[in-house]
Ligand binder design. Structure first.
Ligand code: PMP
Length: 442
């Protein structure tokens, strides 16, 4: 396996200078919050697969639901004139779960990038159906991550994910992120920074012309960009600006949904109802590739009332509303609610955040620690605290590898170590992550 892995499997991020082991480690099995590699080495999974395995790896009801659905109906298209029972049932469950976020209808996809692409396309179409043909541009935030399709890559706020694939979608503008540690305003007070970012958004809208902008997309807490937690006022300010200028607000909840932040959505923390939400990852906890773009009833109604041709949605995937994915999502949501995994995310997230802050006191190379809203955390490594110069990639690799040997998987993102363990993680397992990191940093 190791030989074939090196030779035949094309690994993303596998370029020379890639940070992690080459070829990547083979993960063979998993149980609870622990993963085991081909060499039999077991570690606590500090990244939940990839911000997604919320219920952990041993959720028997999801495994059973998948097996039963494969027996009954392994696949049928829900794209062109047919649908299936689990998908219908799931749309009802999601409506209930996200009613307080203002969400009404669900359009199902096979993952997060598809969900973002769906939101962007439907946002443009929404304006066209209303006769507002000039609204085609998109706004997003620097440091944001919205997937790898051309639309998502175009609104991504990290150049690394864009540069090799240009030219991307024209008319996408990236606004300052509310990132107190590094921001163009040099502002460290989060509330004041939120206001400055909001003012920058208004400037850009006025400059572009409000009637040219279709939508604004943001993560309630930026994940892959380094777990950037905005001031509590920030998303509300953005909501207010979007409403004022007739711009649709898309909350990208691919990471923050389904309990990761300690509640079922990230938007809820900030008391905001977006017009659209994108979801994936925790919707099935990774047991099956699946995603959704939910919209408010007000958005959906525009499509229903519009001219028949304009309002037809020529968008969908072979695997939209895949019955096995829908069955996995239904079981995952029920188990997540039964176990109240969001309630565990909050205290365990606090434990992780406090533990990381204690590591900052001990290790000079930690420049910033972020988290505190459920189980999403980051430590930003620097070579000099005063200049904030990012730590060398080799330093991050060394910390990563030592932490792995010491019993915890973390993730490297730029000069950050990112953490998003399963939401069922125990107090003792968080302690293992912290001590493994301590060893790596030492
Ligand atoms: N949006 C966000 C906020 C994400 O974090 C991700 C994946 N990390 C995506 C979209 C893309 O999802 P996927 O990888 O499932 O296509």
């Amino acid at each position: 396996l190791n030989a074939h892995n090196a030779r035949h499997m094309w690994h993303p991020m596998g370029h020379p200078g890639a940070l992690q082991e080459k070829p990547p480690r083979v993960i063979k099995s998993a149980d609870g919050s622990t993963i085991t590699d081909l060499n039999g080495h077991s570690v606590v999974d500090g990244v939940g697969g990839l911000w997604c395995v919320n219920v952990g790896y041993s959720c028997q009801p999801i495994k059973d639901a998948i097996a039963a659905q494969v027996q009954e109906l392994p696949y049928y298209s829900a794209f062109a004139g047919t649908t299936n029972a689990p998908a219908i049932e799931l749309s009802y469950e999601l409506r209930e779960m996200f009613a307080s976020d203002g969400m009404g209808r669900a359009f199902f996809t096979s993952g997060g990038s598809d969900a973002v692409e769906t939101a962007l396309r439907l946002a443009r179409q929404y304006h066209k159906v209303r006769g507002d043909h000039g609204r085609t541009k998109f706004l997003s935030l620097k440091k944001g991550y919205h997937g790898t399709h051309f639309g998502g890559a175009s609104v991504n706020g990290n150049n690394r994910f864009r540069i090799n694939y240009e030219p991307l979608l024209p008319g996408c503008f990236h606004l300052p992120s509310p990132y107190p540690y590094r921001n163009p305003f040099g502002e460290t007070d989060p509330a004041r920074l939120a206001q400055l970012c909001a003012a920058a958004m208004v400037d850009e809208i006025e400059f572009q012309g409000a009637d040219t902008i279709a939508a604004f997309i943001m993560e309630p807490i930026q994940g892959a960009g380094g777990v950037i937690v905005p001031h509590e006022s920030f998303m509300g300010l953005m909501r207010e600006i979007c409403s004022r200028y007739g711009i649709l607000m898309i909350a990208d909840e691919v990471i923050t949904g389904f309990g990761r932040t300690g509640d079922w959505s990230g938007s809820r923390h900030w008391g905001v109802q977006p017009d659209m939400m994108t979801m994936a990852k925790g919707i099935t906890s990774g047991y099956f590739p699946f995603g959704a773009c939910m919209v408010s009833d007000a958005v959906a109604e525009v499509f229903e009332q519009g001219d028949a041709t304009d309002a037809s949605i020529f968008h969908g995937y072979t695997y939209s509303a895949h019955p096995v994915g829908a069955a996995a999502a239904l079981a995952c949501i029920r188990e997540s609610q039964r176990m109240a995994i969001n309630e565990n995310a909050a205290p365990r997230g606090t434990q992780l955040f406090e533990g990381l802050k204690a590591l900052k006191d001990k290790h000079e190379m930690i420049g910033d620690v972020r988290g505190g809203h459920g189980l999403m955390a980051a430590v930003e490594l620097v070579s000099d605290r005063d200049t904030k110069a990012p730590a060398a990639p080799e330093t991050l690799t060394a910390v990563f590898n030592t932490a792995y040997e010491a019993g915890a998987m973390v993730r490297i993102g730029g000069n950050n170590l990112l953490m998003s363990p399963p939401l069922v993680i125990t107090e003792q397992e968080i302690t293992i992550i912290l001590s493994a990191l301590d060893e790596g940093l030492s």
